[in-house]
Design a protein around this ligand. Structure first.
Ligand code: CMP
Length: 138
């Protein structure tokens, strides 16, 4: 059945001018953009989005990184888009992510306390619906 997923181009992707290249890969695989916005997220929004990571050692650096500049948020839809986008994105650690993936081709370790890994994608139908509600209220 058709799914929706939340994709974020994180501040590293936007500031490096990779938004178009990243979204183009997702569109070229055959998924359709259902919503698109650019915003600098508030702490409140990020605390909701990353609630499951509260208390982890990378939580504070992660929120600081994510609120450091504009983020592009997109809802993509299609059959099995959640799994399909995660496959396109590659492994969380951009140094280890396979070439051919977004993180593997465009990312690396910059020596900071957070993985600056260019993109986020929802990991399940439940988290997709929750996250879409946070980034696209109404
Ligand atoms: P994301 O998919 O947005 O979800 C949580 C984010 O935290 C993740 O991408 C990375 O940016 C970051 N992250 C996850 N694990 C670590 C880690 N071990 N060290 C630093 N940052 C991490």
């Amino acid at each position: 059945t058709t799914e929706r997923t939340l994709v974020l181009v994180k501040p590293d992707g936007v500031s490096r001018g990779l938004t178009g290249a990243i979204l183009a890969r997702v569109e070229a695989k055959g998924y359709r953009i259902a919503a698109l916005a650019q915003l600098t997220p508030s702490r409140d929004l990020l605390a909701k989005h990353y609630a499951e990571h509260e208390g982890k050692p990378f939580y504070e650096p992660l929120l600081e990184f994510m609120e450091s500049g504009p983020v592009v948020a997109a809802v993509f839809e299609g059959e099995r888009v959640i799994e399909g986008f995660r496959s396109l994105a590659g492994a969380t650690d951009p140094t280890a992510a396979a070439p051919g993936t977004i993180r593997g081709d465009f990312g690396r370790d910059w020596g900071l306390k957070v993985q600056q890994n260019l993109v986020h994608g929802s990991d399940s139908v439940e988290s997709a619906e929750r996250e879409i509600g946070i980034w696209f209220p109404a």
